[in-house]
Write a protein that binds this ligand. Sequence first.
Ligand code: A3P
Length: 305
Amino acid sequence: PRRDDWVLQPLYQYQGFWYFQDYLIGLLAAQENFKPQPSDIVICTYPKTGTTWLKALAYTIVTRSRFSDSENPLLIKAPHDCVPFFEIDAARNTSNRDPQVPLVATHIPYTSLPTSISESGCKLVYLCRDPKDVLISMWHFLRGKLPEGIDKDTYINLNNSFEIFCEGIASNGPYWDHVSGYWKASVESPEKVLFLVYEDLKKDTVSIVRKLAEFMGYPFTPEEETRGVVQEIVELCSFDSLKNLKANTSGVYSPDSPYTIRNTEFFRKGTTGDWKNYFNEEMAARLDQIIEEKLNGSGFSFLSR
Ligand code: A3P
């Protein structure tokens, strides 16, 4: 099935999720050809849930013994170049991986991941976020993609974006199915799948960074704890720090491809609850109710956490 009412490009349905065409080509190529290493860790997210932040944190954690603070590649390379999306590489038949870094990333839902991932025994880290903030973040991002001179409020207005998101029509959506797929996998195999939430990461970044490092097999030593290494990583990867690094104030992600995005576009506000500046109470309650109903029975809830 195809939907033409989604903004910017038509969406195609595949294995229960919606994708724009170029992305779907990459997903299919990855299902066919992607070959992870057993030691790889896959950063899995739905778009706009904090992917860039999680990539920066995971990258700094796993490479910290290779680079001193002043040599950290994050200072000169954008997080998306440090940890490439394997489906975007697959679409272009390239590999932007540094073979010494055991990290790759994906927006593919759990149930559509290449079977090579479960066969290889890779670990997965999933990050999700309050759906209301995901929608607002995506709405801003897509509006930024409209060509100059086009009336943003006609093409991508909040009401339409809200309605189709509630129907589950969104790139890599329905969001609730993306979340519940990884949630269930994390319950079934907690040693393989770590499930994280953006709001928790914001609230207590240090504790979650410790948990992330341990899960990935790169725990902080007592000596590193004494030196304050965890706090340094948290600080380097904080919104204000990352946003202002030279690597992120210029340059583009995935040049010469349908996915070209200016690095600055990955940094907007970086807060929790920005939806309150856009939704009225009725909208917020409606989206919350839809998500709760859809997640009902999965054991995960955004509201009762
Ligand atoms: P907002 O639009 O709400 O500001 P993704 O990386 O998955 O595309 O998600 C982008 C969202 O994460 C944006 O949210 C962006 O501002 C936020 N973000 C980027 N870097 C961040 C950081 N270091 N800490 C917290 N949020 C960050």
